[in-house]
Design a protein around this ligand. Structure first.
Ligand code: TPP
Length: 694
């Protein structure tokens, strides 16, 4: 019963199903014991992360996350929470033992969880990277407010996002990035920090000054900060209820620090030699299971006989689950390469497809009309036309709102579509991409801008985790995000910070598609296809083409979509094939003019997927190939093309495969220096000449 002083959404201790709490804590304990006494020593579970000491607090939280659009981002010590959210004992064991039937179908470590909604919150696909759970959780929190206020969906009204993490994780970039996002935007996120005073062996005083993140954040603006003993049933229950009520009632984000013991090593193989025996004894004396039992007996919710009976039922359930998992097969090896990209069947959660909100992609001929547009204007017009048709599309990034982007790609869009849909972000690329993951998982379509390719570096953890998200969850989740990035040297300028193309890094980051258009028409078609697609996509906008004549084309129409993986033979020729993309494509065309009819120029248009067939067909016809790339030479994308040609068309070659690229140096600031390292028209021409004469 709620008393008069209790805030809205407050769940009092009297309303808690303490028998269920006890069952879940006992279940978690029994699974840990089975693993540490049998399965890990036998090598049948390779990573055993005991949750002993953390169980009570996690279960109390999970049972309060009962609204249909609640979500939680968890970490590897969150199994008690998962059990309370509907993970079955058999799934838990199958996960650790890497059997079919685990939530990742044996693809991921057993404690790196994901779970589409059952009886609790949606569990966002978690990561093995400590701290990587925070910014996606902030994205879900932002999606809650977007779906409620921009899309007008009342059902999202009192939803919340929770993120679980340890005391070590509060030193990670993602924690601070998410904290900044949710406090500046007043978002419904609950930070649930389980402080067991250690990372692996590093004590919490080396993670945050004084070892107390809650004390340090006491004066952080817009953050409600709470502390609790995570082993005391009544106190933990009340503080958790207070934290949940605060966030649910839209009073802003909250951080709750729970002090818990870690009753075992970091993992099964950690002997805890860095703790004194007095310290270990002290921790053992704070076992939440003992305190729970004591509390339940005191309150008359249980007694010795009832406790024994419950414990027996739990042991039986675990034994039954083990039998079931032992009888289940290994996952099918034929499936191991599936689900890197969308294959036609929608995921359960994430992106627009589960709610049938996707716009159709129909490939057709361009319908050019009007004057020739800059590539930059073409991008803006495409974003605007898609925004007008798709209310789930959001555009954001640093300076993207009022200013309209440092390059001007989003000029006027905030005024037109409102600050809910087109907005400035805090200066954190990890925050931009990580929040995009959460937004996409919550059924929206984020199209963030990163100001320059080099400045995506801080986001790399989120980028690589997003690339594998569908695969890691065996297609249960997907998060299509379209990231626009201006890349490459500028019109008459370059430098180490603003001029990187760096496509090879992303081509080597599985799960991402990469568009790299050389003109405005292709930019429109590829961007629209990306925005109607199902996969994370990088859309590269070359700076030397943003407002120069080479890139200009008439607008091809509001329905024009261009397929990925279809190269464009811009110039036919019989004796030598030149393959390029982006701005250097135009240098290749200028060079080829001197050899009419002899040099073919193929614009790759997309790097992932790339058009192998078109390249091989032209190689077979001409017998010679020159690959021209702006990115640095070593392990650049041209090397991938060269390897494929050597493998598939070796006997068709009449000359060595040649690459032209920037040497392994950054782009220099001085223009003469810059031009000395970039493949120039003169160097391209000289190489064409040499190959034609070979
Ligand atoms: C980015 C990253 N760095 C390092 C690691 C290795 N690592 C795994 S767990 C861990 C300690 C994390 O401690 P804490 O956040 O306090 O959680 P706890 O294990 O105590 O529950 C470390 C260093 C990792 N997984 N990810």
């Amino acid at each position: 019963m709620q008393s008069k002083e209790e805030p809205a959404n407050f769940v009092s201790a009297a309303a808690v199903d303490w028998r269920e709490v006890a069952r879940l804590v006992l279940l978690s304990r029994a699974l840990d014991q089975l693993e540490e006494q049998h399965l890990a020593p036998q090598g049948r579970v390779k990573y055993q992360f005991s949750a002993m000491g953390h169980e009570l607090a996690q279960v109390l939280l999970a049972l309060q996350l009962d609204q249909p659009h609640d979500a939680a981002a968890v970490y590897y010590r969150s199994r008690p929470f998962m059990l309370a959210c509907g993970l079955t004992p058999a799934e838990a064991l199958a996960a650790g033992m890497a059997r079919a039937g685990s939530p990742s179908q044996g693809r991921d470590v057993g404690v790196v969880f994901n779970l589409p909604r059952r009886n609790g919150p949606t569990i966002l696909p978690s990561s093995g990277d400590v701290g990587a759970q925070y910014t996606p959780a902030s994205g879900w929190a932002q999606a809650i407010t977007y779906r409620q206020s921009v899309l007008g969906e009342a059902g999202w009204g009192n939803a919340l996002a929770a993120v679980l993490g340890g005391d070590g994780s509060v030193a990670a970039n993602g924690f601070w990035s998410a904290l900044t996002i949710v406090t500046t935007l007043h978002l419904p996120l609950l930070f649930f920090i389980e402080d067991n005073q250690y990372g692996i062996s590093v004590p919490s005083r080396l993670q945050t000054p004084g070892g107390d993140i809650a004390a340090n954040l006491a004066s952080f603006k817009n953050l409600h900060v709470l502390q609790s003993d995570g082993t005391d049933p009544l106190e933990a229950c009340e503080r958790i209820a207070e934290a949940v009520a605060h966030v649910r009632s839209r009073a802003g984000p909250c951080l709750l620090r729970l002090r818990v013991p870690r009753l075992r090593g970091h993992t099964f193989i950690d002997d805890q030699a860095y703790k004194t025996s007095a310290e270990r004894d002290e921790e053992a004396g704070r076992d939440p299971l003992d305190r729970l039992q004591e509390y339940l007996f005191e309150q008359g919710f249980s007694n010795q006989a009832a406790w024994q009976a419950l414990s027996g039922q739990v042991d039986q359930a675990v034994a039954g689950a083990l039998e079931e998992v032992e009888a289940s097969p290994d996952p099918d090896p034929a499936q191991a390469t599936r689900h890197m990209f969308f294959e036609g069947s929608p995921p359960i959660q994430g992106g627009l497809r589960p709610e049938n909100a996707q716009l159709p992609t129909v490939y057709s001929e361009p319908q050019p009309s009007g004057p020739r547009l800059n590539l930059l204007d073409a991008v803006r017009r495409t974003l605007e036309s898609e925004m007008a048709r798709n209310p789930r599309l959001l555009v954001f990034g640093e300076d993207v709102g009022v200013k309209g982007g440092v390059h001007g790609a989003t000029q006027g869009m905030q005024a037109h579509f409102g600050a809910g849909r087109v907005f400035d972000t805090s200066l954190s690329e990890e925050g931009i991409i990580g929040r995009s993951v959460g937004l996409a998982l919550a059924g929206l379509l984020p199209a963030p801008e990163i100001q320059f390719r080099k400045y995506a570096d801080p986001a790399h953890e989120q980028i690589s985790d997003l690339g594998t998200l569908r695969w890691r969850t065996a297609n249960q989740f997907a998060a299509p995000v379209v990231v626009r990035i201006p890349v490459g040297y500028g019109k008459r300028t370059g430098d180490p910070w603003h001029s990187l193309t760096g496509e090879a890094v992303y081509a080597h980051t599985p799960g991402w598609r990469i568009a790299f258009p050389s003109n405005a028409q292709d930019a429109v078609g590829l961007l629209r296809t990306a925005l109607r697609g199902d996969d994370p996509t990088f859309f590269f906008e070359h700076r030397a083409l943003l407002d120069t004549p080479e890139g200009r084309r008439p607008y091809p129409g509001d329905d024009f979509c261009l397929p990925f993986g279809k190269a464009n033979l811009i110039l036919p020729g019989d004796e030598l094939l030149v393959v390029s993309w982006g701005a250097l494509l135009h240098r290749c065309l200028a060079s080829a003019k001197d050899f009419p009819g002899r040099v073919a120029v193929l614009d790759l248009r997309t790097i992932i997927p790339w058009d192998r067939e078109a390249v091989l067909e032209q190689v077979r016809r001409t017998g010679k190939v020159l690959l021209v790339q702006e990115d640095t030479i070593t392990t650049g994308f041209a090397a991938e093309i060269a390897a494929t040609i050597a493998d598939q068309a070796f006997t068709d070659l009449d000359a060595p495969i040649r690459r032209l690229a920037t040497p392994d140096v950054p782009i220099p600031y001085n223009v003469t220096l810059m031009e000395s390292v970039l493949p120039s028209v003169a160097r391209i021409r000289a190489n064409m000449e040499a190959l034609l004469a070979f």
